[in-house]
Design a protein around this ligand. Structure first.
Ligand code: DHB
Length: 460
């Protein structure tokens, strides 16, 4: 097989960060499958000159750059204009090996005009990259039993999938088709920032959360060339139609039923449900949000202006859920993910070689105004980490870390919560937090990820 890593074929590079030079070996643009469909299916490997880890014991940081389910190029070490290092530089500074693969995504076509980035192309590429590393474990200084995936939003979904579907046979034919090596593809640790997951239930979750809020608040970026001033975000508010309000109610009701059927419990064994005016799942969400507020107070934030929080003796003790949701504001109109006219990123994700866009919920398929087709159940399943949590054939990461900003409205706050509880109920180590003041973004506390990885095993 021509996929043997050549450890002698590198360039020495360096980057200045915080006034110091970080020196590393760069192996860039290496194909990680035998039959790539695109130039994007390459991996960049970086090895720091200085590391506290012994040869063969370096943790391997495996970031992806997928956003909006679009193609994500193999990343490179960068320091942003304000001096902050990107995730790769942060990992190299900690002495980790970095392996950054490019993953296919929606919108990609081959020369025959066929769609080659539709699901499950992105996650299969991610898995193939893991297999490539294991195949070459004798040739790299990294420890292939310490692979840490990381991504944000759709990239967070990739990380969540990698962390929950290790070695599952569903993906095998797709991995065969691209010429992935025959190796395990389970990983050690999945870091998932605001993962956009559970897409087939995300419309219902969105309406359970935002039903009754009919203004959609979306920002719009005005570039400097239009105004002669600095680029800026301006608020855009749109109103939902009467028809959308009816749809919202139907979807909202679906969600409570879905939650009931999941049969989840909290740590004490109490069933987690949603009722018209609350329910134990909503209470659990509030517990997480209060934790977030508490943490913000500890960091010195003044939370007095937040009228939905109740403080006693300097401590946050309660919150008004409805006011919290109003404060978050609705961003997407109904349905949020599977649009009747097939216009979302997710509709394109669920295309196939010939169909550009398809539905992935029965509800929107039934209401399609574009005569849209429905994606196959297996394609939908392969994009949903929830589907693999209780499946023993899917090897789980030893730890899954989920962060969803407390003001992130790209998906409902209940989506990461259900994922975390399902993992917990199935004995998978997981931690979830809704960081205060964070919207739809990632990588803001990667040092904690690295600290945690280091503390999981003292093996330097
Ligand atoms: C992303 C954001 C979305 O709102 C969405 O529906 C899918 C993906 C993203 O930022 O990756």
């Amino acid at each position: 097989m021509g996929l043997t890593f050549d450890k002698n074929s590198y360039e020495v590079k360096s980057i200045t960060v915080n006034g110091e030079d970080l020196v590393y070996r760069a192996y860039e643009g290496i194909p990680y499958v035998e039959s790539p469909q695109s130039e994007l299916q390459v991996i960049n490997i970086y090895i720091p000159e200085k590391s506290p880890y012994k040869e063969g014991r370096m943790p391997i940081f495996l970031p992806n750059t997928v956003g909006g389910y679009m193609p994500g190029k193999a990343d490179t070490p960068k320091v942003w204009e304000d001096g902050t290092p990107n995730s790769l530089v942060q990992a190299l500074l900690r002495g980790y090996m970095v392996a950054a693969p490019g993953l296919r995504g929606r919108g990609m076509k081959n020369e025959k005009g066929e769609n080659i980035g539709v699901a499950p192309a992105d996650i299969c590429d991610y898995k193939a990259a893991v297999r490539y590393l294991r195949y070459n474990k004798e040739h790299i200084p990294g420890d292939t039993e310490k692979i840490i995936s990381n991504g944000t939003s759709a990239g967070g979904a990739m990380s969540a999938l990698l962390g929950t579907t290790g070695n599952h046979p569903d993906y095998e034919p797709y991995l065969d088709a691209i010429g992935a090596v025959k190796e395990r593809d389970d990983i050690f640790y999945a870091s998932c920032y605001c993962p956009i997951i559970n897409l087939e239930h995300a419309d219902a979750a969105y309406e359970w959360e935002f039903f009754g809020l009919w203004d959609c608040h979306q920002g719009k970026y005005i570039p400097p060339e239009h105004t002669g001033e600095e680029g800026k975000w301006v608020p855009v508010v749109r109103q939902m139609t009467e028809e959308q309000k009816k749809v919202s109610e139907e979807l909202k009701n679906q969600f409570a039923l879905y939650v009931k059927n999941l049969g989840l419990t909290d740590a004490l064994g109490v069933p987690l449900v949603l009722e018209e005016e609350g329910g134990t799942l909503r209470d659990l969400l509030c517990w997480y949000i209060l934790q977030s507020a508490d943490e913000a107070v500890k960091q010195g934030e003044n939370l007095e202006p937040y009228g939905w929080l109740l403080a006693r003796g300097g401590e946050i003790v309660a919150m008004d859920y409805q006011m919290y949701i109003k404060y978050r504001t609705r961003m997407k109109d109904t349905p949020a993910f599977d649009k009747f006219n097939l216009t979302t990123p997710e509709n394109e994700l669920f295309g196939n070689t010939v169909h550009e866009r398809r539905h992935f919920t029965e509800y929107s398929h039934k209401h399609s105004c574009s005569n849209g087709e429905m994606a196959e159940p297996l394609q939908i399943k392969m994009m949903n980490p929830m589907e693999y949590v209780s499946d023993e054939r899917a090897v789980k990461a030893q730890h899954i870390r989920i962060r969803h900003g407390a003001i992130d409205r790209d998906t409902s706050v209940f989506i990461p919560l259900l994922f975390a509880v399902l993992l917990q109920n199935n004995g998978v180590s997981v931690d979830l937090a809704y960081p205060w003041g964070k919207w739809h973004m990632g990588d803001y506390d990667l040092e904690k990820v690295f600290d945690e990885v280091d503390s999981m095993e003292a093996y330097k």
